[in-house]
Design a protein around this ligand. Structure first.
Ligand code: C2O
Ligand code: CU
Length: 465
């Protein structure tokens, strides 16, 4: 699919011969310490008894992903060990413009065999992740990016980090052309029926993964009887929204997208693509094994993992359940309250952002007809900006803004002091208003975090200098 120039080919061949010592293409800050090396590289996992070639983001010691302390610098050398160009976005970190990892905003793709250095301060804790901002995201080029907060580190909570994903043996290019090639009558899922039923799940995947594993071979985290666990869950899937199901356990949502919220108790929590949720729970005092499931929205498929004590026996759970959970909704969202909300000031500017499109022809839009193609959202530095996102399509959209944290300030026009987030779910026929302060000048991607909706047009930029 991709073209590799002879020079790139030689570069990657040379780097293999030299035992993974890469020719470095970047300038290194004179004061830089030793950056953490992250390799975008190939991996092989087993899915449904078959070998699956995927990508990953791995440190030289084998750690998948990155774990920092709040107050540290994000000091990373990204090395491309793939044989094609890539670029990685640090989803949840508010990097300065230039280090955000979205192709051509403004950084060009990182060629095979080359590296980029990144360095900026990270002052807050949070559950985040990093992923290719290209179709390679579907090939599992995604990993946890966890920033622990020293104030929290003293508690005797056990962190359990799980990245959810969807997997297909087809290439993302094939999946995309399967979607864009659908004619109206074949769009399925009610797309051509004109009814009120929302469209769910436009891709049939081969598997749903929790830390690369299915329920046929799930991961089990060893926990203490009566212990306290902080689940840090990331929906890294390209096209699948999940309900997190705690089964017999009860938990409290304590943070969303890495931002603390007033705890909300429950057993089931929605998690759209790109979103994260931290759930604190206390385990029962007896021995046992408790499955934590991620149920595919509107379908029987599921994935998950176990929390198990030393003698807790795992009871096998099928990857397909009986129940069909409904579509993601805003019930939890409406109950979330930010621990430290934005200052209460009036918006300097408010923009209507209708979300449009359909399965028919697979075109997805921001701003609708009124905007024409590719209108940019111009902002003034220092302004309080509000975006009123009304979903006029039949699918839910996880809307993500780069470079900022925003607050959910209204749902269907009713004002709330909602969560701080970077990705918010907007269900069909609903309206979510977000506010943010324009305090990080640049040109920032603003898009739907459904990979194929983004590629099919549901993306623009927010710009100021
Ligand atoms: Cu998680 Cu624009 O991405
Ligand atoms: Cu979308």
């Amino acid at each position: 699919m991709h073209m590799i120039s002879r020079r790139q080919f030689l570069a990657s061949a040379a780097s293999c011969a030299a035992g993974a010592v890469l020719p470095l293409s970047t300038s290194i800050s004179a004061f830089a310490g030793v950056p953490t090396v992250l390799r975008a590289e190939k991996r092989v996992i087993e899915v449904a008894g078959k070998a699956a070639d995927i990508f990953g983001l791995t440190q030289p010691d084998g750690t998948h992903g990155l774990y920092l302390q709040a107050g540290d610098d994000f000091d990373v050398r990204l090395e491309n060990h793939l044989d094609e160009p890539t670029l990685i976005h640090w989803h949840g970190l508010t990097s300065p413009y230039g280090q955000d990892g979205v192709p051509d905003l403004p950084q060009p793709l990182l060629q095979a065999g080359k590296s980029y250095d990144y360095r900026f301060p990270v002052d807050r804790g949070g559950t985040h992740f990093m992923h290719a901002h290209t179709l390679q995201e579907q090939r599992l080029l995604a990993a946890p990016l966890i920033v622990r907060d020293a104030a929290e580190a003293s508690t005797d909570e056990q962190d359990v980090v799980v990245l959810l994903h969807d997997f297909s043996f087809k290439s993302p290019e094939e999946l995309l052309s399967g979607l864009t090639g659908m004619s109206g009558g074949m769009a399925g899922h009610g797309g051509g029926h004109g009814g009120m039923a929302p469209d769910l799940n436009d891709i049939e995947y081969d598997a749903y993964l929790a830390n690369d594993r299915t329920l046929d071979d799930p991961q089990s985290f060893r926990v203490e009887r009566g212990g306290i666990v902080r689940l840090r869950l990331v929906n890294g899937a390209a096209g699948t929204a999940f309900w997190i199901d705690l089964g017999t356990l009860e938990g409290e949502a304590i943070a969303v997208d890495g931002n603390p919220v007033t705890p909300v108790t429950g057993r089931r929590f929605p998690l759209g693509m790109g979103q994260r949720i931290d759930i604190r729970l206390r385990l029962p005092r007896q021995q046992g094994a408790w499955p934590i499931l991620a149920l595919r929205e509107g379908a029987r498929e599921r994935t998950g993992f176990y929390l198990a004590t030393a003698e807790g026996a795992l009871k096998r759970i099928a990857a397909t359940g009986e129940e069909v959970p409904g579509p993601l909704d805003l019930v939890l969202e409406a109950s979330l309250r930010a621990e430290s909300p934005l200052d209460e000031v009036a918006a300097d500017r408010s923009e209507q952002v209708p979300l449009g499109g359909s399965m028919n022809g697979y075109v997805w839009t921001l701003g609708g007809a009124a905007w024409g193609s590719h209108r940019v959202l111009e902002v003034g530095e220092g302004e309080r900006m509000e975006l009123v996102m009304r979903n006029e399509s039949m699918m839910g959209h996880p809307m993500h803004l780069h470079g900022h944290r925003f607050q959910v300030v209204a749902i269907d026009g009713r004002r709330v002091s909602g969560a701080l987030r970077d990705t918010v779910w907007v269900p069909p026929a609903r309206e979510v208003t977000i506010a943010f302060d324009a305090d990080n000048p640049g040109e920032w991607a603003f898009h739907c975090h459904h990979l194929y909706h983004m590629v099919a047009g549901m993306m623009t930029v927010v710009r100021y200098s």
